[in-house]
Ligand binder design. Structure first.
Ligand code: PAF
Length: 249
């Protein structure tokens, strides 16, 4: 059995958790490192994306990768690109704020699957909408989600956290506080009230959305919704941060 862990590099402990999970399932763990231009809004963002190949190789190997694959652009996109659509799930929340992003993600993930042909693939729950879109797209490969790895104060690990100022890093904790406070609320309406008021307590956080959704279709949750998830996105110091948490005990 082979397991693929797709990444864009700039690896941290969150990626290592994905690789460790893969290794617990299989002796063959392929980690791909490819900064996919199709999922960025502009070329500048692609160029600015952090790259640390030597450190990535070290961290991936330590976590249990048996193959580290760093394809070049031509290997992934030889000739004309056949763009895939992420469907309706790709148009809301992260997709609404980053048009075309999820189409780019499913296009590259589909190519990685075509080339590697893994039995299973591992993705982080931090990008929960991405995970659900890939689950909806792919039925022949087992798609496994791994819980988010957090800093000491609850901030989700992300390659973007290094761009936060010292004050911004302190403010970023408001996201986790809002999720954790909403999680155990007795009703969806109260959870929604808590999450909205909590994110508003830190003026450094520019909120994009802070909502309780049905985790299967990303429609707004109500009392009848079985699987509810709180999702938050916004900016601090111009750095986009996203996070989510499953509702309930
Ligand atoms: O989550 C990521 O790092 C990327 O979106 C992925 C899945 C590797 C596709 O480029």
């Amino acid at each position: 059995m082979s397991v693929l862990v797709p990444t864009m590099g700039a690896l941290h402990k969150g990626h290592q958790a994905l690789i460790k999970r893969a290794r617990s399932m299989s002796k063959e763990v392929v980690v791909s490192i490819f900064v996919n231009p199709l999922q960025f809004e502009n070329e500048d963002d692609v160029l600015k994306y952090p790259r640390s190949p030597e450190r990535d190789i070290q961290l991936a190997t330590l976590a249990g990768a048996t193959e580290i694959w760093m394809p070049d652009y031509e290997e992934i996109y030889p000739g004309e690109i056949s763009q895939r659509s992420a469907g309706v799930l790709g148009d809301v929340f992260e997709g609404a704020s980053r048009p075309g992003h999820f189409d780019g993600v499913v296009t590259v993930v589909n190519r990685l699957f075509e080339i590697v042909r893994p039995d299973a693939a591992i993705f982080g729950e931090k990008d929960f909408q991405q995970l659900q879109i890939i689950r909806a797209m792919e039925k022949s490969i087992e798609i496994i989600g791994v819980p988010t790895v957090r800093e000491f104060d609850g901030l989700a690990l992300s390659s973007r956290n290094v761009h936060l100022s010292v004050e911004g890093r302190v403010s970023a904790n408001v996201i986790y506080r809002a999720l954790a406070a909403a999680r155990l609320a007795p009703t969806v309406a109260i959870a929604q009230e808590i999450i909205s008021t909590t994110v508003a307590t830190d003026s450094a956080f520019v909120c994009d959305y802070a909502v309780i959704v049905d985790e299967d279709d990303f429609t707004e949750a109500n009392e009848m919704t079985k699987n509810k998830r709180a999702i938050i996105a916004g900016w601090i110091d111009g750095v986009r941060l996203i996070d989510n948490m499953r509702m309930g005990a």
